[in-house]
Design a protein. Structure first.
Length: 275
């Protein structure tokens, strides 16, 4: 078994302060025995204005946030899954929402760009979100081998699209991360249900690191960072506040369940309905 940590933050518009908090939480995770630690979506920046995303973004493989996390991973001997930060894509106005992974030697070994962008209206709350106005969607699934098993990367809104996770399982993934900045209304309604469903239907562990509380732009996020096992059981949860939760990923128990309850092997390719 390998211990993993989900880090919960209340990030603001001061990137240096957010990075300092993230590094402090990574130190806590390492001290608690975690081999892999997951930061939330937008851990480095929850901007006051969406238009600030490009101005405060970093170039790929260059910038103080990336350098700081690489150095911290190397110092602590800790794998770091950097939930998401904004990376520039060249001269265009839109940036990528990228989940980056560093190994325990501080080497960056993976980048996943968020595929599904959060473009929704919540009229009962008077809230509107248009991520596609400022973010460039990704188009490629990413899996990476870690000390806790083969990991499938996702970011927040992706969790509503089960086909993404099934494709990652078909690529050999044994656990998923879902770093998020979930809104309070949708969090209360769907957060636990969606994450437990992704775990249950794929017989995979899920680690969801979340933003929590009120941010400078007036947005409130749901929190409830979770570690969920392959049977859908919540192993650890931090409902409110900033901090960490840790729990083990037990690949032996997961493999035994997949053997005795072989739902993944029972999948049947289906054609579309008859005309």
């Amino acid at each position: 078994m390998v211990n993993v940590a989900a880090i919960q933050m209340r990030s603001g518009d001061d990137t240096a302060a957010n990075l300092a908090t993230a590094i402090a939480r990574l130190r806590e995770a390492a001290a608690a025995g975690a081999r892999v630690a997951v930061l939330p979506e937008n851990f480095a920046l929850m901007p006051s204005r969406d238009s600030d995303r490009r101005a405060l973004a970093e170039d790929d493989n260059d910038g103080p946030v990336q350098a700081g996390l690489a150095a911290t991973a190397r110092e602590l001997g800790l794998w770091v899954v950097a939930g998401s930060l904004q990376l520039r894509n060249g001269p265009g106005e839109r940036v990528s929402q990228a989940c980056l992974v560093w190994d325990d030697q501080g080497r960056r070994i993976a980048r996943y760009d968020k595929i599904h962008l959060f473009d929704v209206e919540l009229p009962e709350k008077g809230e509107s979100y248009r991520e596609s106005k400022h973010l460039q969607p990704g188009n490629r699934l990413v899996a990476v081998d870690t000390p806790a098993g083969r990991l499938g990367l996702s970011i927040c809104y992706d969790m509503r699209f089960p086909e993404q996770f099934r494709a990652l399982v078909e690529a050999g993934c044994e656990w998923f991360v879902a770093p998020a900045a979930f809104t309070v209304p949708t969090g209360g309604a769907h957060w636990h249900v969606l994450l437990r469903a992704r775990a249950i239907e794929n017989l995979c562990h899920v680690v969801a690191a979340a933003q929590w509380g009120e941010h400078p732009n007036g947005r409130s996020t749901y929190g409830h960072s979770l570690v969920i096992d392959h049977w859908g059981r919540v192993l650890a949860e931090l409902a409110e506040g900033e901090g960490i939760v840790t729990a083990p990923i037990d690949l032996a128990a997961q493999a035994e369940t997949r053997r005795t309850f072989p739902a993944l092997a029972h999948r049947v390719p289906l054609a579309g309905p008859a005309a």
